[in-house]
Ligand binder design. Structure first.
Ligand SMILES: Cc1ncc(COP(=O)(O)O)c(C=O)c1O
Length: 440
C-alpha cells in the first residue's frame, strides 16, 4: 500500500477488487464511491479518516440501539467465553431456550424455528404451511398469495412471493407461481376516501381470490402495516383484520412477515398488534439481534406444530441450516429484549416519533415532496424529479452532508436507530432539506 494513498481510498480499492457488493451494479461504483467504515458508535458510522455519517436507515433496518452498543457487546462477550455455537439438531442450549420462551410470550406463538436471514424465515414459513396442509390431508394446497408490491426476500422461494420487478423479473423463469392481490396502500385513495376505506376496498380482491382458489391455496403472506422494500407503502390495520377473517373463513394460513416492521418499528412490538390479530406464522429477523448478528426466526402455533409431531420422520419438518439457533446470535437477541423491557423503548419511541414528525414539517411542505407519511419509527416521502438517477444522486447528496440515506426509486425514507436524539434529528432534517434543494 503506497503511503500517498489515503486509508479510505486504499480500502475502497481493495474492496472493489475482491468484494461483490449486494444489490449493486458494480460498474456504478466507477462514479459512486463506496464508503469504507472503520467503526460505529451510537447512531454514527466513521470512515478511516474520521469523517462521520448519521445512519438514518439503521444499516438496512437492522440496528435498533446504536452501533457498538455497550450492553449488547457485554452480553456477547460473556457468551463468547461460554459457548459460541453448537448444532441445534440433537442439542440445545440456554440462549436458544430463553429466547424461544420470551418470543413465545411476546407473540402468543409457542414454537420457534430458527434461520439465519430474513429470506430463510419466509421460506421456512412457506414450506411449513404447505407441509402442514399435506400432513393434514390437503396435498393440493400448494399455492401462495401475496400483496402487490410486497417484498419477502430474494432466495428463490422468497422471491416467488416478492413483487418488486427490479429484483424479480430477471429470475422469473426460476420462480414458483404465486398470485398477487391489491396492496392496501392508502395512496390509492379516491376523492374523500379514508385510509381505512382504501384498506377495506382492496381487501375485496383478496376475498374474491380466496373464494375462488382457497382449495389450492396454503397461505397468504404479507408485510403488516408497511410494505418496506416496495417503497414504504403504508396501510390501515383494518386490512389485517379483514385478511385474518378471510383466511379463517377459507382455511388458509396467514403469514406475517414482520422482518422489517417487528421489534417496535411501527410503534407496537409487532405491527399485527395494531389490528389485534394473531397470525399463524410470524417471521422475525433484522432488529432481532439489534443489528449485531444474522438470525431469523419463524414462530408458529401449537396447531401447526402438532401436525408435524409423529412417529414418521417424513411428517417432521426436515429443514435445516448449519447455524440454526446460533448461541451468540440468540444471546444478542436476549440482550435486545432486555433493553426493550428495562428502558421502556416503545414508550420513548412514541415521543421520538412525535418529535421527528414535528421537525419534518419543513420536509413535508417542500415543493418537491409528495405523500409525506409516517408510521411509528418510519418516515417516507416521494420526491418529484425527472432525474432517472435520483436514488443514487440523492444518496450521494446526503452522504456529502454527513447522513446515510438510501432512497428506493423516488422514495426517500428515514428508519433511524432508536437511540436517535433531538440533535441527530436536527442534522437529519437539515441535511435532507438541503439535499432536496440540489435535486435536478
Ligand atoms: C419484509 C422483509 N422480508 C424479508 C426480507 C429479507 O431479509 P434478508 O435480507 O435478511 O434476507 C426483508 C429484507 O429487507 C424484508 O424487508
Amino acid at each position: 500500500m503506497s503511503s500517498d494513498v489515503s486509508p479510505n481510498h486504499a480500502w475502497l480499492a481493495r474492496s472493489l477488487r475482491s468484494v461483490w457488493h449486494p444489490c449493486t451494479q458494480m460498474k456504478h461504483h466507477e462514479a459512486l464511491p463506496l464508503v469504507p467504515v472503520a467503526r460505529g458508535e451510537g447512531a454514527w458510522l466513521y470512515d478511516f479518516e474520521g469523517r462521520r455519517y448519521l445512519d438514518a436507515v439503521s444499516s438496512w433496518w437492522v440496528n435498533l440501539f446504536g452501533h457498538a452498543n455497550p450492553r449488547i457487546t457485554a452480553a456477547l462477550t460473556e457468551q463468547l467465553r461460554t459457548l459460541e455455537h453448537v448444532m441445534l439438531a440433537g442439542f440445545t442450549h440456554e440462549p436458544v431456550v430463553l429466547l424461544s420462551e420470551r418470543l413465545s410470550s411476546l407473540t402468543g406463538l409457542g414454537h420457534a424455528f430458527y434461520g439465519s436471514d430474513g429470506a430463510s424465515a419466509t421460506e421456512i414459513a412457506l414450506k411449513m404451511s404447505f407441509h402442514y396442509w399435506r400432513n393434514r390431508g390437503f396435498p393440493g394446497k400448494t399455492r401462495f398469495v401475496s400483496l402487490r408490491n410486497g417484498y419477502h426476500g430474494e432466495t428463490l422461494g422468497a422471491l416467488s412471493v416478492t413483487d418488486v420487478p427490479l429484483f424479480r423479473d430477471t429470475y422469473a423463469p426460476l420462480l414458483g407461481e404465486s398470485t398477487q392481490v391489491a396492496s392496501p396502500d392508502w395512496r390509492q385513495a379516491r376523492n374523500g376516501e379514508s385510509a381505512e376505506q382504501v384498506a377495506l376496498r382492496m381487501a375485496g380482491e383478496l376475498a374474491g381470490h380466496l373464494e375462488r382458489d382457497h382449495a389450492a391455496t396454503a397461505a397468504l403472506i404479507l408485510e403488516p402495516l408497511v410494505q418496506g422494500a416496495g417503497g414504504m407503502a403504508m396501510y390501515h390495520p383494518s386490512y389485517l383484520r379483514e385478511a385474518r377473517r378471510l383466511c379463517d373463513l377459507h382455511g388458509v394460513h396467514l403469514i406475517a412477515d414482520e422482518i422489517a416492521v417487528g421489534f417496535g418499528r411501527t410503534g407496537t412490538f409487532l405491527a399485527c398488534e395494531q389490528a389485534a390479530i394473531r397470525p399463524d406464522f410470524v417471521c422475525l429477523s433484522k432488529g432481532l439481534t439489534g443489528g449485531y448478528l444474522p438470525l431469523s426466526v419463524t414462530l408458529t402455533t401449537d396447531e401447526v406444530y402438532a401436525a408435524f409431531y409423529d412417529d414418521d420422520t417424513t411428517r417432521g419438518f426436515l429443514h435445516s441450516h448449519s447455524y440454526t439457533g446460533n448461541a451468540l446470535a440468540c444471546r444478542a437477541a436476549l440482550a435486545v429484549l432486555d433493553i426493550f423491557e428495562q428502558d421502556g423503548v416503545l414508550e420513548s419511541n412514541r415521543a421520538k416519533s412525535a418529535d421527528l414528525s414535528r421537525l419534518c414539517e419543513g420536509v413535508a411542505r417542500h415543493p418537491r415532496v409528495r405523500d409525506f407519511r409516517n408510521t411509528g419509527m418510519i418516515w417516507a416521502f416521494e420526491v418529484q424529479t425527472e432525474d432517472p438517477l435520483f436514488a443514487r444522486r440523492f444518496h450521494q447528496l446526503a452522504l456529502d452532508r454527513g447522513v446515510l440515506l438510501r432512497p428506493i426509486g423516488g422514495t426517500v425514507y428515514f428508519m433511524p436507530p432508536y437511540v436517535i436524539g433531538l440533535e441527530h434529528m436536527d442534522i437529519l432534517v437539515t441535511a435532507t432539506i438541503d439535499a432536496l434543494e440540489h435535486v435536478a
